[in-house]
Design a protein around this ligand. Structure first.
Ligand code: NAD
Length: 291
């Protein structure tokens, strides 16, 4: 397939390289100077998009996505697919999809989970919103870049699935860390706490798979001095998107809001920037009841 790939950063770079390695003809573009194995670079986003059957974008936010969409949509041929894999606000995803559809294109929003390791290893999970025809065309690309693609419904639903999942994850990680800090103060051993909770009704991915306590449970960033993993800054981005969506859709999400505030404080006022999102545990350890 002829593919244009715009945004060749930490995620987009290895995703584009995997598509090229699998034999697709990939032309890339990034504002920054980058070099990706097997991916020749174009002089502009529009040039990378010209003649492509699928144009993939992997960009920092919705505002940039809208700008890039303005550049690439007029350069794309009717019937081709605009596939955005960035994590952006639901409103931008839906606006860009509408713009693409009016130009006779298919549009998919397909944010990912799996991080840089998943992008490099081709093991991402894609949560996809958009039409069936676009999904069918992109399916073989999802299979190269990832291990799973779930079609979640019409445009914007991929982003909706991503932020709902990460809102649950953020709140669950916080309360798991709180519970460990409380258990410490009650004299309950962390291993005993893990053994009980991981097999009881308080179990979760945060406890069972990504345990925030060092030396307890399977290997996780806690065992590597809380180096990310999944950085607290990125969790904050997703929690903010969830709150934007909640406001826009008039949904009541008090725990999601509290989680966003805590991660904002952790990243912007404390020492959370650049640390894994599970480093909330050492944060709580240092604090008292009304701190
Ligand atoms: P990144 O900052 O490494 O890459 C973004 C790239 O876009 C950069 O190379 C930048 O130069 C380029 N760019 C910015 N504006 C541009 C423009 N107008 N035209 C062309 N290129 C432009 O970010 P990343 O970590 O690769 O993340 C990309 C997206 O994936 C984000 O939406 C992020 O939330 C999401 N995501 C990241 C992770 C992760 O672990 N890094 C995990 C899941 C989802």
């Amino acid at each position: 397939m002829k593919i244009g790939f715009i945004g060749l950063g930490n995620m987009g770079g290895p995703m584009a390289a995997n598509l090229a390695k699998a034999g697709h003809e990939v032309t890339g573009f990034d504002m920054a100077e980058v070099s990706i194995e097997g991916v020749p670079l174009a002089a502009s986003a529009a040039e990378a998009a010209t003649g492509a059957q699928v144009v993939i974008t992997m960009l920092p936010n919705g505002q940039i996505l809208r700008k890039v969409a303005d550049e690439v949509i007029p350069a794309m041929e009717a019937g081709s697919v605009l596939l955005d894999c960035s994590t952006v606000d639901v409103d931008s995803a839906r606006a860009v999809a509408e713009q693409a559809q009016s130009a006779g294109l298919s549009a998919l929003d397909a944010p990912v989970s799996g991080g840089v390791g998943g992008a490099q290893g081709g093991t991402l999970t894609f949560m996809v919103g958009g039409d069936e025809a676009g999904f069918a065309t992109a399916k073989e690309l999802f299979d190269i870049m990832g291990q799973k693609a779930v079609h979640c419904g019409p445009s914007g639903n991929g982003q909706a699935a991503k932020i709902c999942n990460n809102m649950i994850l953020g709140a669950t990680m916080i309360v798991t860390c709180e519970a460990f800090a409380l258990a410490d103060k009650l004299g309950l051993d962390r291993q005993a706490m893990f053994d009980v909770v991981s097999t009881s009704s308080g179990s979760s991915w945060s406890m069972n798979t990504y345990c925030p306590a060092p030396g307890v449970g399977p290997q996780s960033p806690a065992d590597n001095d809380y180096q990310p993993g999944f950085a607290a800054d990125l969790m904050l981005k997703d929690l903010r998107l969830a709150q934007e969506a909640a406001q826009s859709a008039d949904a009541d999400t008090p725990l999601g809001e509290a989680a966003m505030r805590l991660y904002a404080q952790f990243v912007e006022d404390e020492d959370g920037k650049g640390r894994d999102f599970s480093a909330m545990l050492p944060r709580f350890e240092k604090r008292g009841h009304s701190a």
